[in-house]
Design a protein around this ligand. Structure first.
Ligand SMILES: [Zn+2]
Length: 150
């Protein structure tokens, strides 16, 4: 029984099995602070409503180009909801960064950890959260925020 009890914790009393692995939350990556959020959910809902009512064509709203789809596949995270247009399960969430202070990185897709490094040393950038479906090419801006180091 004693042995079984000791397998549950290490000498510091911490659980041996991590509850979750979060790369963005590691001690090496700076924590990103987001502010000035501008939601684009209303515009998104408006476009989708127009689509469902037949006022706009699928071609008109499913216009993701090669770069956006590729960024979604390689830099994006899977969305936890299906594509609102085709219902597929491959919807991706991509973060795009913009701003003079981050130089050549402006206009590129980045993950959370990379954004943390970009805004280290007091720099700021604008982060656009975009959803993109590789299957039907639906894409829409979800929100824009200012990112800085905490
Ligand atoms: Zn889709």
């Amino acid at each position: 029984m004693l042995w079984a009890g000791h397998t549950l914790t290490d000498d510091d009393g911490l659980p041996l099995v991590p509850i979750s692995f979060d790369p963005a939350g590691s001690t090496l990556a700076p924590v990103v602070n987001y502010r000035n959020e501008i939601s684009h959910q209303w515009a998104r809902r408006h476009v989708l409503r127009q689509f469902r009512e037949g006022q706009v064509s699928r071609d008109a709203i499913c216009d993701a180009d090669f770069l956006l789809v590729t960024a979604g596949n390689y830099h994006g995270e899977p969305a936890d909801y299906p594509c609102p247009v085709c219902g597929g399960d491959n919807l991706r969430i991509v973060l795009w960064v913009y701003g003079e202070q981050i130089g050549k990185a402006s206009g590129s897709a980045r993950n959370e950890e990379e954004i943390g490094k970009l805004v280290d040393n007091g720099r700021e950038c604008t982060v656009h959260t975009v959803e993109v479906c590789p299957d039907c090419k639906w894409n829409h801006l979800l929100k824009a925020e200012t990112a800085s180091a905490r």
